[in-house]
Design a protein around this ligand. Structure first.
Ligand code: ARG
Length: 347
């Protein structure tokens, strides 16, 4: 008997290969789904088209952008959550993606959720922690279980006639809150990142010469307007990405301490997050007491650690959210002094 399996699908190498592996090695019927957390229209279309070509049972594109902004990124801003300088774009998106997958799997009567994570990264733990906490579904991780290298995956894809839309050099994860780029020449920290990895941020040479003032208005710790225009948080973040990116703000180049203990070089582009968290901190400095600021700083580190480690259901996360929300009651008002210049580019 075949089992129905829901596969988290992006149309990239790993997840494309997973469709066929699930059918052939796991005797499964495959439903694919791609959750939209702001990875861009093109990526969503690509996911849909490659799913149709590879030929699973059916494919879903699920729009979760508003929810991502309002329920996840908003918390990140209120908590000033950053892990080693990384505003947790990928980490914040995983619990939401996992939740959407669980809901769909249950609706479709699937017995398992599959993902294309390898055994090296953080995302395997993130997906699995949430799926296990929310459901009784089984989890299948074909790439990890079969221990496939990228070269083996490519050979397999070719043998199965899987057409890969493009052959990316780097492993990239992108959503509304940031872009993460890793792999290939970046793996050696001695290598300077090639300029062409950047898409959201201008280089020092190309960054605007004129400084720019940006005003951001907050209501209880959450941005509600940018440059005098009220708009949903989703649009504020998009705008903040554009404005700060043009000044070259938001490039983060770190040796990241991963969950399994390895150190890994990762590059982020996260202009909007740097602008909005920076503005939020500046406003907090004005309205919170000295003791509250010290406490907020401590909570911020704890919060980031929980998000990074996918401990979304850990009761402490809820405790921290309550304390943070309580403090944010006074973090309201316009902030007109965030001035963006090239100087802030220095790392
Ligand atoms: N290292 C980051 C994290 O664990 C981002 C990983 C994103 N993936 C990528 N292929 N660059 O949250």
């Amino acid at each position: 008997m075949t089992d129905k399996v829901l596969l988290a699908f992006s149309g990239g190498l790993d997840t494309s290969v997973c469709v066929k592996l699930l059918e052939e090695n796991y005797n499964a019927e495959v439903i694919t789904a791609c959750v939209d957390v702001g990875q861009g229209e093109e990526e969503m279309i690509k996911a849909k088209e490659s799913a149709a070509k590879i030929g699973g049972l059916k494919h879903y594109n699920i729009d979760a952008k508003e929810e991502f902004a309002n329920e996840y990124i908003a918390r990140g801003i209120k908590a000033n959550a950053e892990y080693e300088g990384y505003p947790l774009s990928t980490a914040f998106a995983r619990p939401l993606i996992a939740q959407k997958l669980v809901e769909l799997a249950e609706k479709e009567g699937a017995t398992a959720i599959a993902h294309g994570c390898t055994g090296k990264g953080n995302d395997q733990f993130r997906f699995e922690a949430i799926i296990l906490a929310m459901s009784d579904l089984d989890i299948i991780a074909p790439i990890r279980e079969m221990n496939l290298t990228r070269t083996e995956e490519k050979a397999y894809a070719e043998s199965k006639g899987i057409e890969l839309t493009y052959d990316k050099i780097y492993s990239i994860d992108e959503n509304l809150w940031g872009r993460a780029i890793e792999g290939d020449v970046l793996e050696d920290p001695a290598n300077e990142p090639p300029e062409d990895i950047y898409e959201w941020t201008a280089s020092w040479e190309d960054a605007k010469d004129e400084p720019e003032k940006v005003s951001i208005e907050f209501e209880e710790g959450v941005p509600v307007a940018i440059n005098g225009e009220m708009m949903p948080l989703l649009n504020i973040i998009e705008k903040a990405n554009e404005i700060a990116g043009a000044h070259g703000i938001g490039r983060v180049d770190i040796i990241e301490n991963r969950m399994i203990g390895i150190k890994s070089r990762e590059i982020y582009e996260t202009p909007g997050a740097k602008l909005l968290i920076g503005a939020h901190q500046a406003l907090e400095e004005l309205v919170l007491t000295n003791s509250e600021l010290r406490f907020a700083e401590h909570m911020s580190g704890l919060y980031a650690e929980l998000v990074y480690r996918a401990l979304w259901q850990e009761p402490l996360r809820d405790d921290l959210d309550q304390a943070i929300d309580n403090m944010q009651e006074r973090v309201s008002g316009p902030l007109k002094t965030k001035k963006l210049t090239k100087e802030t580019l220095k790392v």
